[in-house]
Design a protein around this ligand. Structure first.
Ligand code: ATP
Length: 370
């Protein structure tokens, strides 16, 4: 049982019908959400959807206008920020430039009047955890951006918070370093067992690090699920479109059997066939979301494919491991198909302007009502 599927498990954090208004503006709209101990949880959404506001409410810099936030079953509204078992790591890291790395990490422990020996032990532990032992005596300007990021993490974890909030923690790093650091973050989260809540607008980052992802839009959570569920079974066109690349085919449905539907999409072409456990009524508009890698592309007409359409190659994007084809269909629609370049050289048999067939199975896509 994953904790979120276990009815006996109590969440570490619970948002209960939380609304946050700034004046008349509703930044968080009647939002409910549970996050469990030891999760690496990601809040994902476009700029302005309310991710940072959620973090600030957890940290205690803002309070909800209505509703309630609980930490381990207790309402946190009356608890001031410094008394919460919550720490926040900022994108800017906010390190003290005049203090050594060692002193930066020790700062909060000293303020808490921890004994000298306990501080020594704790700082040593944090330096080891973040592989910064060699840099302990340096100042922040004498280390790299990636190392500074690790100092900020070590400092945030020194007081062993129950919950660590990470606001775009890797935003300042370049792509390669960012990817390496994602794996480090995951290792550190796992070895400390601290609950991490990360805010990011980078969907790949959320999918890489998180045990679960909440996809947000305009102050609401649209879907909460594991990265694989979000990708394979989005609950809406919004989520399907926000995560990765997708084709959306909008057409009216006609039931043709148990969980089987016909979609009348392009005039003069045979209907498409799709499987769906979600019921659709006759003539109802539905959106079929299909990932490009689920669409096959071939020069010959595929045999026995329930969905096969002939088109013309408009564009090919060669991405190294993958190639993406844009295929224009007779009605002017464009479908993206993606193939893995497993051969030494990408397939040469398909090129621009070529007539091709695209095809997919009845279960390749997800049929969505909205
Ligand atoms: P980004 O990814 O750009 O940081 P976000 O999802 O974190 O965006 P928030 O910072 O939570 O978004 O802001 C949500 C909305 O609330 C935005 O429209 C923002 O303009 C508004 N907002 C945030 N703080 C305040 C404030 N103190 N006063 C007025 N409006 C605010």
């Amino acid at each position: 049982f994953a904790p979120w599927n276990n009815p006996d498990e109590k969440p570490l954090i619970r948002f209960k019908n939380v609304t946050k208004k700034f004046g008349e503006f509703v930044a968080i709209d009647d939002l409910s959400l549970d996050i469990y101990a030891q999760e690496f949880f990601a809040l994902l959404g476009p700029s302005g959807c309310g991710k940072t506001t959620m973090m600030r409410m957890l940290a205690g810099f803002e309070n909800p206008t209505s509703g309630r936030i609980e930490l381990a079953g207790q309402d946190i509204a009356p608890v001031p920020p410094n008394k919460r078992a919550v720490n926040m790591m900022f994108q800017s890291y906010a390190l003290f430039p005049h203090l050594s790395i060692w002193d930066n990490i020790a700062f909060g422990l000293r303020r808490d009047k921890m004994s000298k020996d306990a501080i020594e032990a704790r700082v040593a532990e944090m330096l080891k955890l973040t592989r910064l032992e060699k840099f302990a005596r340096r100042k922040p300007h004498q280390i790299s951006g990636g190392q500074r990021q690790r100092v900020a993490l070590a400092r945030s974890l020194a007081k062993a918070p129950k919950l660590l909030l990470l606001d775009e923690p890797l935003g300042a790093l370049d792509k390669k370093l960012r990817q390496d650091t994602q794996f480090e973050l995951m290792d550190i989260q796992e070895s400390t067992g601290t609950t991490f809540v990360i805010v990011t607008h980078d969907q790949e980052e959320a999918m890489t690090v998180a045990s679960r992802v909440a996809v947000m839009d305009e102050g609401r959570v649209i879907q909460v699920a594991t990265p694989a569920e979000i990708y394979e079974a989005p609950n809406s066109v919004y989520v399907a479109d926000f995560i990765g690349d997708v084709n959306i085919i909008t057409a009216s449905t006609k039931a043709i059997g148990q969980d089987q539907y016909h979609l009348n999409w392009i005039e003069g072409q045979p209907p498409l066939t799709a499987t769906s456990a979600l019921p659709f009524s006759e003539g109802q508009q539905a959106h079929l979301a299909i990932r490009p890698e689920k669409i096959k592309i071939s020069t010959d007409r595929p045999e026995d494919a329930p969905n096969a359409l002939q088109g013309k190659v408009l564009d090919i994007a060669y991405l190294g491991n993958l190639s993406t084809y844009h295929v224009e269909l007779p009605g002017g629609q464009v479908i993206k198909a993606q193939t893995a370049n497993t051969r030494r050289i990408a397939r040469r048999d398909i090129t621009w302007e070529d007539p091709v067939w695209i095809s997919w199975s009845a279960t390749a896509g997800v049929l969505l009502a909205q």
